[in-house]
Design a protein around this ligand. Structure first.
Ligand code: M6R
Length: 578
């Protein structure tokens, strides 16, 4: 959450065209407000999307060094004052920050005793005054940052610049930060999206590392201030090019890309990632305990993973990452499988740091290469869905499922994975018009229930999540068998209930009849007749095609309601705070 970017170049660059274009690539990390500052002392902050900032910046403004921030508010409301960069009284020192300073109250009180006045309600403002205080005591910015690191509790990726100095100072703990190496200088960013249009060569900060970057060179230091050598890495990445957006929204573009993205993944699982797949399957077979950890949509994928692995005789469980410590025990014979699109979800990262102490092994399923979770893994399979811009996950979910299918196949599960891309295309082609029609009706409803069982229970939850996050409709994805133990009391005349009925499951038919008998308006997704008919398949594969219908429905409801589909309110794509 929150995106930060910094640019330092040999020649002057246009702030609007270079810096803020880069910041826009990070907008999915938060869009409450944004701002920038340059080493010439220019700065602007605005509330709302980055376009508001663009409207307020002189097109001719140039700089050689600048930092910028897009905010997902944690401490302090969505106001211009609370936007980053934060600065000292003289407006000569500017700071952007992603993370949370946990002991900010104590630091603030100490600084107030020194005479510092705070103008914002943020935790971040303590950083700039702390540094300012140390600099005024005669310390260098580097020394001030090292002292800050020793004093602070919390998570942070920080960029700082001084007026009239062509240098960026960077410090990182727990929140992600990377340094891209370009032809004209360097770009710092919260993740590779910040600069993957300019370079595929980067250095990834580890915790407690500090760096000083000028246009000519960079230097990294450990927490004692000793210089350390870090080697650049080259990464592969498929860009989502804004100029190629021939769809109204990224969500629908990303739904429709899936025949291509799933095919690319399947090919790679047969070639480049083949050995990793085998090694991953061996880890699964050899472990004594297996836990998936994930959040949101990735958690729904993990439920399917648990279903498939249990089916193959492996005792596999899954846990919402933020609750892992309360419900699970780990030892050195445990295999942890984190699933994450971003590879940065803090709830998952925190678990990994803890379980590593117990000696557990980590094999992850990740979309973004060199992300924190991947770098904390013993082994990692990439989902190769390419950049996903819409905050809601669609194509990355499908590819997570395909990796799980491939692993299950290694364990003995029989399935035709190669046929999936064509069947995805068929599902979209044969059902899209109908989803538009039904979306009109559903857009007028306040509550929607979705019923599933076994492999489709996770899909019921996934569809419910999309209806909530995209359409702001209360939706509940349920195990069909559990309905009659209470929730059925909510069913009245006309209550919409989406039933996921693979042809093998007769019990789903009965649950559907039970709600119909109480007046529910059922919408049936099945591979055996119904409102939406998807290609013939087994239950696990059915999960993929029924998800398509659910994602299309939530997309078209969002269109009906004229909602900000790609950037729903209060959300961010990469949840890097706890
Ligand atoms: O990057 P991750 O897969 O770890 O993210 C997990 C969730 O935050 C994410 O799936 C979220 O629920 C999406 N908004 C769902 O569409």
């Amino acid at each position: 959450m929150c995106g930060i970017i910094g640019l330092v170049a040999k020649e002057e660059f246009g702030v609007r065209d270079e810096l803020l274009k880069g910041l826009k690539r990070l907008e999915y990390r938060g869009y409450d407000s944004s701002g920038f500052a340059t080493s010439n002392g220019d700065f602007v902050k605005t509330v709302g999307e980055i376009n508001n900032l663009l409207d307020n910046v002189d097109k001719t403004l140039k700089a050689r060094t600048a930092i910028a921030h897009t905010r997902w508010a944690t401490h302090g409301g969505v106001t211009e004052i609370n936007s980053h960069p934060h600065f000292n009284k003289e407006k000569t020192l500017f700071v952007v920050h992603n993370g949370i300073i946990e002991n900010f109250q104590k630091l603030k009180e100490d600084l107030e005793l020194e005479g510092y006045e705070f103008i914002s309600q943020t935790d971040t403002e303590v950083i700039v005054h702390f540094l300012d205080s140390k600099i005024k005591q005669g310390k260098s910015v580097k020394e001030a940052l090292l002292e800050f690191e020793k004093t602070v509790k919390g998570t942070y990726a920080i960029l700082a610049i001084n007026k009239d100095e062509e240098k960026i100072y960077a410090l990182k703990k727990d929140s992600p930060l990377a340094l891209g190496i370009t032809k004209t200088g360097f770009v710092l960013g919260s993740d590779i999206y910040a600069f993957s249009d300019k370079t595929k060569k980067a250095i990834f900060f580890d915790d407690n590392e500090l760096a000083e970057i000028t246009a000519e060179k960079y230097a990294f230091f450990d927490k004692e201030g000793n210089e350390i050598v870090k080697a650049p890495k080259t990464f592969e990445w498929e860009e989502a090019k804004e100029q190629e957006l021939d769809f109204a929204h990224y969500m629908i573009k990303e739904i429709k890309e899936q025949p291509k993205t799933s095919k690319r993944l399947i090919e790679s699982l047969h070639t480049l990632q083949k050995d990793k797949l085998k090694e991953f399957a061996k880890l699964i077979k050899d472990c004594k305990k297996l836990f998936f950890i994930a959040a949101g949509t990735s958690y729904h994928a993990s439920l399917i993973g648990a279903y498939l692995f249990n089916n193959q005789g492996i005792d596999a469980r899954t846990m919402i990452a933020s609750e892992f410590e309360n419900f699970s025990l780990v030892d050195k014979d445990t295999l942890i499988i984190p699933i994450s699109q971003s590879g940065e979800t803090m709830d998952v990262v925190s678990v990994l740091k803890e379980i590593k102490k117990a000696g557990a092994k980590v094999a992850s399923i990740i979309n973004v290469p060199y992300s924190t979770i991947q770098r904390h893994s013993d082994l990692s399979i990439e989902t190769l869905a390419g950049q996903e811009v819409c905050v809601a996950s669609t194509k990355t979910f499908t590819n997570q499922l395909i990796v799980l299918f491939a692993l299950a196949k290694e364990l003995g599960y029989e399935m035709d994975i190669e046929g999936i891309p064509d069947k995805i295309q068929k599902t979209i082609d044969e059902n899209e018009e109908k989803t538009k029609e039904i979306a009109k009706e559903l857009s007028q409803k306040r509550d929607i229930f979705i019923l599933g069982k076994g492999a489709t229970y996770p899909i019921a939850r996934e569809i419910a999540l999309k209806l909530k996050e995209i359409d702001y409709i209360h939706a509940s994805g349920m195990m069909a068998g559990e309905l009659k133990h209470g929730t059925i009391a909510l069913i009245e005349d006309g209550t919409p209930v989406i039933s996921l009925i693979p042809k093998s499951d007769l019990s789903m038919d009965s649950s559907t009849k039970e709600v119909e008998a109480r007046g529910a308006k059922t919408i049936i997704i099945s591979n055996n007749g119904g409102d939406f008919i998807v290609p013939d398949s087994d239950d696990a594969e059915f999960a993929v095609y029924s998800t398509m219908i659910g994602h299309l429905l939530s997309y078209y409801i969002g269109v009906e309601l004229n909602l900000p589909i790609d950037k729903p309110r209060n959300l961010a794509k990469s949840v890097t705070v706890k």
